[in-house]
Design a binder for this molecule. Structure first.
Ligand code: NAD
Length: 260
């Protein structure tokens, strides 16, 4: 695997000189991740449906991960701009609620197209460039929903289960090429996504308090906490770590707790 860490020993910034792209990096976990990677010295590109919302610190590229041509063009833009690509954070994703009876085929196709095949498209476009990197890493945003039976999250959980399997299989395939592939499994994280869900409640503040109380550690996971985990897995410090899933869930997986 990578000898990048040794080459760069003595550097204070773990990711100095590396180029990272973060899908869905204009909001929530992706935005926190983009900032964290930049703090560690990386040049960061944000690929998002809403690039205008991205921090001005980063290269913002319009991209729809459900459109292969859009993904290929966006990855090309990043490589042309920075001259290389070392790290891919496959983070863009959408939620889905309901039991198995609630979502029709079209909804299953739509969510898998974004949450699963979106990561496939970005990885496929990025791999030829990652092969040239001495510190190549892919980090996928999975979810605790992949391994805990969350109520009314059949479709979402299935899509994240696929992300978990894909992470392990890709880690095996690209191990000898020096490309590490890992994922993070956030619990309920305090992002605009959760904000949008809470807004639907009669009393959003009361709903938030109740949601926090249902978390094993009594609060929502902070995007910065997920970003720190992603940054670790993306960095040369994790040079011997591949095919793993790192829970950032306040203990939900350990306790097998299900937030209602
Ligand atoms: P968010 O809604 O705050 O941000 C998602 C970002 O993805 C937005 O900027 C959006 O524009 C972008 N996006 C959506 N569809 C896209 C597409 N087709 N192409 C490109 N960009 C697209 O959400 P978040 O809470 O930060 O979630 C980010 C990731 O974390 C998702 O994969 C989600 O499944 C995962 N996750 C979230 C939580 C949580 O509780 N918030 C928990 C576990 C996992």
């Amino acid at each position: 695997m990578s000898n990048h860490r040794q080459e760069r020993s003595g550097m204070t910034k773990e990711m100095e000189g590396l180029v990272a792209l973060v899908t869905g990096g204009a909001s929530g976990i992706g935005a926190a991740t983009a900032d964290r990677l930049a703090d560690l010295g990386a040049h960061v590109a944000v690929l998002d449906l809403a690039p205008e919302s991205a921090s001005k610190r980063h290269l913002a590229v319009r991209c729809d991960v459900s459109d292969d041509a859009s993904v290929r063009a966006a990855v090309q833009t990043v490589v042309e701009h920075f001259g290389r690509l070392d790290v891919v954070v496959n983070n863009a994703g959408v939620g889905a609620q309901g039991t198995v009876e609630d979502n029709d085929d079209d909804e299953w196709h739509r969510v898998f197209d974004i949450n699963v095949i979106g990561m496939v498209r970005v990885s496929r476009a990025a791999l030829p460039h990652l092969r040239k990197s001495p510190a190549a890493a892919i980090v996928n945003t999975c979810s605790i929903a992949a391994t805990v039976g969350l109520p009314a999250r059949v479709l979402y959980g299935a899509s994240k289960g696929a992300v978990l399997s894909m992470t392990m299989a890709m880690a095996a395939d690209h191990l000898r090429e020096g490309i590490r592939v890992n994922c993070v499994k956030p619990g309920t994280a305090d992002t605009p996504w959760i904000g949008r869900l809470l807004e639907k409640a009669e009393d959003p503040q009361a709903e938030r308090t109740a949601l926090e109380a249902r978390q094993p550690h009594g609060r929502l996971v902070q995007p910065d906490e997920v970003a720190a985990a992603v940054a670790y897995l993306a960095s040369p410090a994790a040079g011997s770590t591949t095919g793993t899933a790192l829970e950032v869930d306040g203990g939900m997986q350990a306790l097998r707790l299900r937030p209602a």
